[in-house]
Design a protein around this ligand. Structure first.
Ligand SMILES: [Zn+2]
Length: 428
């Protein structure tokens, strides 16, 4: 079997592939008219909640279409690249991927569509994918899957199998947050998405399984992380109630949830990591903090005297007014790290919004963190340790304007017509 057909069968199982093919007949049309209606409906729904969306689209399908995708430019929607062809990129070399991604980008641009990110078909990538994305001049990748443990009783063998197929990491062990890797922003993709819900967890609204997206929303909000809610537009009708319920609940949460597209989130993450913070301490325990950062940057403080009243935020941290503030604290309210610390440690802490200073003497700050090595696997535990400690700290919020977490609705468009859908199986 060729790349496209064998990978589709591997991901879904041969039976599911055949069953899906029958279902699919009803979803796409001979022309893009049907998909156009679906996108219009999706766009209207998102508008109702003042929510944008990110739609990774296969470049070959775009190339075969005329005017459908372009119509939604100017709405609060963003397209990303979903491969030039809908094939398994894990089996492609660096050169092949770089060529596909550059060609895809040119195709989008030639049709007047700006793209700044990519999600790999089948959520599968290899060690060369990130460098190829970067070489194509893109800002972000959203192909790493993070799995939330929210469907315990409904969890099936087929669900576990697909998590392996995706190379998913567990949200029990990892943060669901963007991360900078060699200048590329990597944004995890949360599952269960619509496909896992419908095909593998047998979710139907009104059934025994509570809406798992609500559970992910609550957890990401509590943890201050990002919920990328995956919903393929072709299935909007099957998941509309669950989506509405989730967006409505998200709008009601306090502190707020930031609704943003992946391109906006990527830029925010880069700019936040670049924010300049100055802390000037006086002998009387007054600390003047000045931030120059992106619009919407928010200062938070805990266990310090905020002189001017800080606003209640989440029970631990208070939100401070403005980007130039004075607090009182016996210790300098920042995180200190020794000069020999791994570069990844300070880069990671800065991306979380913590104020980090390199120092020999840990007594000069309220929280001193020493690590001989530090990698991806240690990130969640470190954040847990910092958040659990009671050390006085001032920090930047991870999200703009005092939001506690973020949410992006995102759905891959594999095909615009039934022809696109079947051409996938011959890798075109
Ligand atoms: Zn796809």
């Amino acid at each position: 079997m060729n790349n496209a057909l064998s990978i589709a069968a591997k991901g879904k199982g041969v039976f599911n592939t055949a069953r899906r093919a029958a279902v699919i007949m009803g979803r796409y049309g001979i022309t893009a008219h049907k998909m156009d209606g679906i996108l219009a409906h999706f766009a209207r729904l998102l508008d109702e909640y003042d929510c944008g969306g990110t739609f990774p689209l296969v470049a070959a399908a775009l190339a075969r279409s005329r005017g459908v995708a372009e119509k939604y430019q100017g709405r609060n929607l963003e397209y990303a690249i979903h491969g030039y062809y809908h094939i398994d990129h894990k089996q492609l070399s660096f050169e092949q991927q770089a060529e596909h991604f550059s060609r895809a980008r040119l195709k989008f641009e030639s049709q007047g569509l700006a793209v700044s990110g990519l999600r790999c078909p089948y959520l599968r990538w290899n060690g060369d994918t990130l460098a190829a994305i970067k070489q194509a001049g893109l800002l972000y990748d959203s192909s790493q899957v993070i799995a939330w443990n929210v469907a315990k009783e409904n969890e099936s063998e087929s669900y576990r199998r697909v998590l392996g197929f995706y190379g998913a990491v567990s949200a029990d062990e990892h943060l669901a947050l963007p991360r900078l890797e060699n200048g590329l922003v990597r944004i995890p993709y949360c599952v269960p998405d619509d496909e896992a819900l419908i095909d593998r967890l047998r979710f139907d609204s009104g059934g025994a399984l509570d809406n798992p997206w609500l559970a992910i929303l609550r957890e990401t909000h509590r943890r201050g992380e990002l919920f990328t809610l995956g919903l393929h537009p072709e299935r909007i009708h099957l998941c509309e109630a669950a989506l509405r319920e989730t967006l409505k609940a998200a709008r009601q949460l306090r502190p707020s949830v930031w609704f943003a597209r992946l391109d906006v989130i990527s830029r925010w993450w880069l700019e936040l990591a670049d924010a300049q913070v100055q802390v000037r301490s006086e002998a009387n325990g007054l600390h003047h903090v000045d931030v120059s950062g992106p619009k919407g940057v928010t200062l938070l403080a805990r266990n310090v005297d905020t002189l001017l009243e800080g606003k209640y935020w989440d029970g631990v941290w208070s939100r401070l007014n403005g980007t130039s503030i004075t607090v009182q604290s016996e210790m300098r309210p920042v995180i200190g790290i020794p000069p020999a610390s791994p570069a990844r440690l300070s880069a990671f802490l800065r991306q979380q919004g913590y104020i980090v200073e390199t120092m020999e003497d840990g007594r000069a700050c309220s929280l001193f963190i020493q690590r001989e090595s530090f990698n991806h696997e240690n990130e969640k535990a470190l954040v847990g340790e910092i958040e659990k400690s009671t050390a006085p700290l001032v920090r930047l919020s991870r999200w703009p304007d005092g939001a506690h977490s973020a949410l992006c609705v995102t759905g891959d468009i594999d095909a615009l017509t039934i022809w696109d859908y079947y051409l996938r199986f011959v890798g075109r």
